[in-house]
Design a protein around this ligand. Structure first.
Ligand SMILES: [Zn+2]
Length: 238
């Protein structure tokens, strides 16, 4: 670990970006929960639903969204880990079956990256002596991390962040006066979206204003659209 840190400035920066990955993922999950639930509820509220119906829709949206996020994340992380494991297994077999061919393969990779033949041969041989599978995983397959994915944890984190976001519109549906629900949903959601957008941008090292404006645009578009549809259907059908 100490060696990685001392390598270079560039490398340290990459490291920092990796560590904020979880923050970005949770902010995005909360964003999803907040915007999808709030948009659904503005649509339902604009469609002349009763207080109870709005609350029911909100609770169902929260649970459905949390499971959809968990399932999506679980499947995605698991299949990624499966693919990695299968690739590594093929590589392990090849290394056992034809180590000479594998040495040449690695040498060619280093030559393609600019080393001359003698040096490439030397580098490939030394790296393979130390950990042949790791060398092939990294330089041939491009796997920088060995399959350490935990699909269960990822699914839980994804669902939890969605619920954190979805909770706000549901609480508004539960506790705000029926006549005030629509404006309360709009103002609270826009305010939280702007804060989340700024936080996500800051974590990613981007401009906070740009990040906030981006989510503001999509958030407003989403809520205005569902409000319009809810209003039209609510007044035409019911
Ligand atoms: Zn190989």
């Amino acid at each position: 670990m100490a060696r990685i840190v001392s390598l270079s400035r560039h490398h340290q920066e990459d490291h920092r970006h990796k560590n904020i990955g979880w923050l970005r993922a949770s902010v995005l999950g909360a964003n999803d929960g907040l915007l999808s639930t709030a948009s659904l509820l503005t649509g339902v509220a604009a469609g002349r639903a009763s207080h109870e119906q709005i609350l029911l829709a909100g609770a169902a949206a929260l649970v459905a969204g949390a499971f959809a996020m968990a399932a999506g994340e679980y499947v995605s992380v698991s299949s990624q880990a499966d693919t990695q494991r299968a690739d590594l297994e093929i590589e392990r077999r090849e290394l056992k079956k034809s180590p000479d061919k594998e040495l040449l393969e690695l040498r060619d990779i280093y030559m393609a990256r600019g080393l001359d033949e003698a040096l490439a041969q030397q580098v490939a041989a030394q790296l393979m002596q130390r950990d042949a599978l790791a060398a092939h995983a990294r330089d041939e397959l491009g796997l920088t991390e060995m399959a350490t994915a935990r699909p269960g944890e990822a699914a839980l984190a994804s669902a939890a962040s969605f619920v954190c976001g979805a909770l706000f519109p549901v609480l508004i549906a539960a506790f705000v006066l029926h006549s005030e629900v629509l404006p309360a949903l709009y103002t609270t959601t826009i305010l939280l979206l702007v804060i989340l957008g700024a936080v996500a941008a800051k974590a990613g090292g981007a401009s906070m204003i740009k990040g906030a404006l981006r989510v503001l645009f999509w958030g407003a578009l989403s809520m205005v659209s569902t409000t319009l549809i809810g209003y039209l259907l609510g007044h035409a059908v019911i």
